[in-house]
Design a protein around this ligand. Structure first.
Ligand SMILES: Nc1ncnc2c1ncn2[C@@H]1O[C@H](COP(=O)(O)OP(=O)(O)OP(=O)(O)O)[C@@H](O)[C@H]1O
Length: 541
């Protein structure tokens, strides 16, 4: 059976008790460690020099498997990993170590050391000792870094222990180290508070973006989209130039993000430049930057998108809109990975992955002479075509459901479903504006909906044609009113389980008036009783 024990200690007790390590058998093993630690010059107050020593001692001498130094920014109330070893990339990027189960936060809050011991498995299974058959204990322990009675951060460690006394010694050692580096941490936080906050924020944003642009967050399981996911998976890990093709609003930018955040450049910046939005005279400076004083208004050196993206990826959206002269400069970057800033003479070298997108037919543009052929071939190394929404079948419904969930949350609503007539309309519309249009349609309908259901009458007029609605009702005002009336009656009967009296009351009608209308639309109350209503709901789901 696995067991977990949590112990909390006052930090002063540890520091006082540390003296017992100078007696008996433990002195020999502790001496080299003390020698290393003595290299931390408390007066130098240089955290950058102290941290490698501390982490080195933890890893090499104390045989700790995962270690981290966290800092606490009291203004924002956030604790973040400043330096570490043995952590997974995702844990480092997220700036938090999940398996400690909130222990670090507790240490910061209370100023007391915490030891969490976990007993389970056997030594061989854990790989800790091939000789011993005793059960392995692993421990996560965390000591506060305290200065002038204020907690500034923590040192945390995790390792497997066969001997409880060793664990105690390690906690004592780290407690002593924490008190030694406390003045350096204090100074570091004072001098770098803005940098620390910005770094933490940048890391948090990168982690959030990575999560948001997981290919699995691109909604839709249709065959044409699965082909797109396969291509993303194949090319993401490489640094190959990718050209994303497809109509406006199909999700090309989403694919570009997925390529970056799931690929080789994920840890670097992702810079987007919308080529259509760049006026000819500014395009060069925007993409390649300019030197101070290179033209009127160039008051300072400006780094262009390519330089900003160094070490990461640049997304050239609507690349088909670039002028021929900028196309020539872009070709040079693609060939030589270098360029000059406007007004500059020195070449600037960059290491950037290029992802471009267009809704234009570039091959046709090449024939017409409006797009350079050599650039076209340089960009078209790995084309990915994102299909239009009208070719994605049931993805329309999956996407609609996804957007209903998103916009319900955003608008504090509890929309539960989309009615069958509304689904029919969504399915038979041709979606010239693709996913972007569907997203807007659903946002509007969520706002309009008054009863937790998206009805056909909540959809915009562009979708309300007889063919698209799939209903028997025409497009005149009279027909639309009948469509609304039909849906309201069906909803009221569903809510009342087929009781005409209750439904009539909800609709503000007499039983007789409702009966007449039900007859007109061929609606039977029996369909809303017991098993029948379940079937009706299942059909609607
Ligand atoms: N498969 C999808 N899953 C979820 N959201 C999507 C999907 N495809 C597109 N979207 C959303 O639709 C909107 C339009 O997508 P995006 O901007 O990526 O399209 P685009 O093809 O780049 O358009 P344009 O050519 O006009 O720049 C965005 O809000 C995007 O989040």
């Amino acid at each position: 059976m696995d067991e977990t024990t949590v112990l909390t200690f006052d930090i002063d007790d540890f520091v006082e008790e540390f003296s017992h390590c100078f007696t008996g058998e433990c002195r020999v093993s502790v001496l080299p460690i003390l020698y290393k630690i003595s290299q931390i010059n408390t007066n130098s107050a240089d955290l950058a020099r102290a941290l490698p020593i501390i982490l080195g001692v933890m890893r090499q001498h104390l045989k700790i498997q995962r270690g981290m130094v966290t800092l606490y920014d009291r203004h924002s109330g956030s604790i973040f990993i400043h330096d570490s070893f043995g952590l997974a990339e995702a844990e480092k990027t997220a700036g938090a170590y999940a398996p400690d189960g909130g222990v670090t936060a507790r240490v910061v809050e209370t100023g007391k050391a915490v030891v969490v011991q976990h007993q389970g498995g056997d030594a061989d299974a854990e790989g800790a000792s091939r000789r011993s058959s005793s059960r392995v204990k692993s421990a996560f322990f965390c000591v506060p870094i305290v200065h002038a009675k204020r907690v500034l951060g923590t040192i945390g460690a995790e390792r497997v222990y066969m001997n409880p006394r060793l664990l105690r010694q390690d906690v004592e050692l780290l407690a002593m180290v924490a008190s030694m580096i406390a003045p350096a941490v204090e100074l570091y936080l004072m001098e770098n508070v803005d940098k620390v906050r910005q770094e933490h924020e940048a890391r948090r944003i990168r982690a959030a973006l990575k999560e948001r642009f997981r290919p699995s967050n691109i909604i839709g399981n249709s065959k044409p989209m699965q082909d797109v996911y396969n291509l993303i998976e194949k090319v993401a890990a490489t640094k190959a130039t990718v050209l994303i093709l497809g109509e406006s609003g199909v999700g090309k930018e989403l694919v570009a993000n997925a390529l970056h955040y799931n690929g080789a450049t994920a840890e670097g910046p992702f810079v987007t430049s919308n080529c259509a939005a760049l006026p000819e005279n500014l395009a060069e400076s925007e993409l390649f930057g300019h030197e101070k004083g290179s033209f009127t208004g160039a008051l300072a050196l400006h780094k262009g998108c390519f330089e900003q993206a160094d070490g990461g990826a640049i997304f050239l959206d609507e690349v088909g809109e670039l002028s021929l002269s900028i196309q020539a400069k872009l070709l040079r970057v693609l060939q030589q990975r270098k360029f000059e800033r406007v007004g500059g003479t020195r070449p600037v070298k960059v290491d950037v992955r290029i992802i471009a997108a267009t809704n234009r037919n570039l091959a046709e543009m090449v024939e017409r002479g409006t797009f350079r052929e050599d650039l076209y071939y340089r960009l078209n190394v790995f084309p990915i075509t994102v299909p239009p929404l009208r070719e994605r079948g049931a993805d329309v419904i999956t996407l609609a459901d996804h957007f209903v969930t998103c916009f319900s949350k955003e608008n504090a609503k509890t929309i539960k479903r989309i009615s069958t007539p509304a689904l029919n309309m969504l399915m038979s519309y041709h979606w010239p504006g693709n996913v972007r249009e569907l997203e807007n349609v659903i946002e509007r309908s969520v706002i309009l909906s008054e009863d937790d259901v998206i009805h056909a009458y909540d959809l915009p007029p562009s979708l309300q044609t007889p063919n698209e609605s799939g209903t028997a009702f025409g497009v005149s005002l009279e027909s639309k009113l009948r469509a609304v009336e039909y849906e309201m009656i069906v909803e009221a009967l569903k809510t009342s389980n087929g009781h005409i009296g209750d439904a009539a009351k909800e609709l503000g009608l007499t039983r007789r008036m409702l009966g007449v209308r039900m007859e007109r639309y061929g609606i039977s109350y029996k369909s809303f009783r017991g098993a029948d209503v379940r079937k009706w709901n299942a059909d609607e789901a």
